[in-house]
Design a protein. Structure first.
Length: 273
């Protein structure tokens, strides 16, 4: 019990350090659902840090993510994972190195859901790292955003069904994840191109086309919310979506992002609603 409490404290601290945006809504959730979503976020962040790493080559990323995907398909072998990452242990962050801990932290009843989704995500990330994230068509963009964000939506839907008896539409769940990711792509468009030489914008698309893509998927996210009838889950889903809508509006108005005051106000509005 003492070890579990220590792990809980450490997991929530790493969660807070890696993303305040998701830390806050996760705290809205209760009991095993809170632990499950926290563990899922940490597991997915673990592989995301590998995909986004500035120093690792794409071939190394492909190998690490492919092997991790395979390890997640069965009872997770912590020693094999540690050996896999050992040559890069000094370069990778704590959240990646401690993937085994996040799975232990996850309630046993939801662990298969989290592992399966993270495994599929790692497979997709490996594929796109190998392709150097070169998006040329709408189909490419849909494929990439499915693996890095749509899968978050489908996993959450499985967790809502498991932990709260909430049934949601899979396509709308994918739209929820894609919508949030599309806003991130718009926000980081110039940085991705200048610093990484990567563009997630299909050939021939303008920035307006990317805005339309984001709006299309955020509309699906709005519909996704209509099936959620538990307040804590609704609060969890509502905050990232509200921030995405407002960030999109800020960029359409010519601003780079929301102000800190606007973010804080949005958090207060979501909690008060």
């Amino acid at each position: 019990m003492k070890e579990q409490k220590k792990l809980y404290k450490e997991a929530m601290q790493v969660l807070k350090e890696t993303s305040r945006t998701f830390y806050i809504p996760i705290t809205f959730l209760k009991n095993d659902l809170k632990l499950s979503v926290a563990a899922a976020y940490l597991a997915m962040r673990a592989i995301d840090e590998i995909e986004d790493h500035e120093e690792l080559s794409n071939d190394v990323k492909f190998d690490l993510l492919t092997a991790t995907s395979e390890l997640l398909k069965d009872t997770f072998n912590a020693e094999a994972y540690e050996a896999l990452l050992a040559p890069y242990a000094d370069q990778l962050p704590e959240v990646s190195l401690r993937l085994a801990d996040w799975l232990i932290f996850c309630p046993e009843g939801s662990r298969k859901i989290v592992q399966a989704s993270t495994s599929e995500m790692a497979f997709g990330m490996a594929k796109w790292a190998k392709a150097n994230w070169q998006v040329h068509t709408r189909e490419d963009l849909d494929d990439y955003t499915y693996y890095v964000a749509g899968l978050v939506g489908t996993m959450l839907s499985e967790l809502w069904a498991w932990g709260a008896d909430i049934q949601t539409d899979r396509d709308l769940a994918i739209g929820y994840g894609r919508g949030l990711q599309a806003v991130n792509i718009l926000r980081n468009q110039h940085e991705d191109l200048d610093e990484r030489g990567v563009s997630f914008v299909p050939d021939g698309w303008t920035r307006d086309d990317l805005f339309a893509y984001a709006e299309e998927n955020l509309a699906k996210a709005d519909l996704y919310m209509k099936d959620i009838n538990k307040r804590t889950v609704l609060l969890f889903c509502r905050l990232p979506l509200a921030l995405a809508h407002k960030t999109l509006k800020a960029m359409q108005d010519g601003r780079e992002k929301m102000t800190r005051a606007e973010v804080e106000q949005t958090v207060e509005e979501v909690q008060a609603d």
